[in-house]
Each structure stands twice: as structure tokens, then as C-alpha cells.
Design a protein around this ligand. Sequence first.
Ligand code: GUN
Length: 293
Amino acid sequence: MANILDGIKLSKQIKQEIKEEVSKFVEKGNRAPHLSAILVGENGASVTYVDNKIKDCQAVGFRSSLVRLPETISEEELLNEISKLNIDDSLDGFIVQLPLPKHIDQEKIIMAINPDKDVDGFHPENFGKMALEMDGFLPATPYGIMVMLERYNISTEGKDVVVIGRSRIVGKPMSILMSRKGNPGDSTVTLTHSKTKDLVEYTKKADIVITALGVPHFLKAEMIKDGAVIVDVGITRVDDSTKERGFYLAGDVDFSEVAAKASWITPVPGGVGPMTRAMLLKNTMQSYTNNIQ
Ligand code: GUN
């Protein structure tokens, strides 16, 4: 049976570290760090994510603010809101919760965010810095996985890593981070996706599999090698009328059978998700310390 990479426990520890750091700054007479979120429309998952981000801010002593905008807002009006946050000196960082309504060009919105306030690490300037091993904001989910591998002392040097999924916020940056110099990193990375032929040929040989596909229970025991490390980024709402909320959260991994064969594994929920939330706070803290010094 695999050991659990416990994102709840580790994220609590990281939040505690951030909270203590914030108190020290505030005791010295500094303002608290301030994170803002723009939420467009009423998408259920997005509302929950943003609520959680605000709760996290409160838990560590950050100031937070929320800009709620209607689904019908025009691209121009949204760009206008972003311009206001870009120049707001009271703000260390802000995020625009994705996905956006279809009539809004997501790339144009991301490009409009001041890279120094882009604590999601989605702006191409931050993506480029990440790829070139320069300082900048790392996207929260890949960053959270890196911190998890580091704190659990998972060896990555020279390991064969297979990433499943090439999204701009998880798969692609994850593949770059694992191939960068350093620890965690120094891995040999294969980035697989929907057009990959014989995916199983890759996953079967991998020392570490990081799956960010969004297909519940996709990864089966026969697809991995004995002792592999499994990181499950998938978190899909599956309808279930027996649950109070009407759904349950499913990862990409068939947990019970894969856990029996793996050496380490992240559960869903309670693995990567809480780490993602903690890394948004870490990025905001980084921006804050840049700003007040
Ligand atoms: N939608 C899903 N994940 C994220 C995230 O990490 N940040 C933002 N802004 N939107 C998301």
C-alpha cells in the first residue's frame, strides 16, 4: 500500500508558516498582504474556489477583496476593472478566476494583468521566466506539486516523469518545472496528451506519473510500474444523487487499485487541491515582501 502525499496536512503547515511571517511584518507596523479576486458570473465550481481563496486569506491574516461582475460584462469593461487593480498600490496581487464567459477572450485578459501582480503565474512573462529559470510567480498547482515533492523528500533527479495533459495551467508548466535544474527537478520528462500514441507504453515505464486530464478513474494499476509515485491533479464533479451536494469529486486515478501498487500517491480530495490554495498565498506573500521592502 502506497504512502499518502497528504496535501491537507502539508498545506496547513505552510499556511501556519505564512501566518507567522505575516504577524512578524504586521507587528513591525507594516500593512497586511492584500489579495483580490475577480469573479465573473455564477459558475458553481468557480464560486466555491473563490470563496475558499478568501477564507484562506482570512486564516493567515491577509486582507482580501472580491470584485464580482455579471456574466454579461463586456471584454472592455473587464479590461477596465483589471486596469484599476493593476495600479492599485494597496494590492499585492489579484487573480481573474477562470473559466471566463465565451464572449471574452481569455488570452487578452491574462495579457492585461500586471505581471508583478499576477500571483496566479498565468501571464506569458511569468511563464517565460519559469521556463528560463528566472524568478517570477509560478502557477499555483504545479508550484504546489513541486513543494509537495520537496517536503516529502521524493527523489526526482534522473527520474522518468510522465505528465498527462498539456494545459497551460497544469500540464505544460509541470513538464517544464520537472525538467528544470534543481530539486525537485532534474527529471527526464515526457509530456503526453490526447494525440499521444500508446500512452500506456510511457506510463508503464514512469517513475513518477502526474495526471491532469479530468477523466475520472482513468489511470489503472496495470498502467503503472511497481513503486511509482502518482500525483493526481484531476478533480471532476461526478453527479451523485446520494450525496447531499448532488455530486462527488473524482480524481484521474483509480485510487484503490493504483494505491496498492504505487509507493506514494495523492488522494482526491485532499492531495493537490489544498496545495494549490496554499501556493496562491505563497505567491501573494512573495509579492508583498517585494512591495514593502
Ligand atoms: N480556474 C481553475 N483553476 C484556477 C486557478 O488556479 N486560478 C484561476 N484564476 N482560475 C482557475
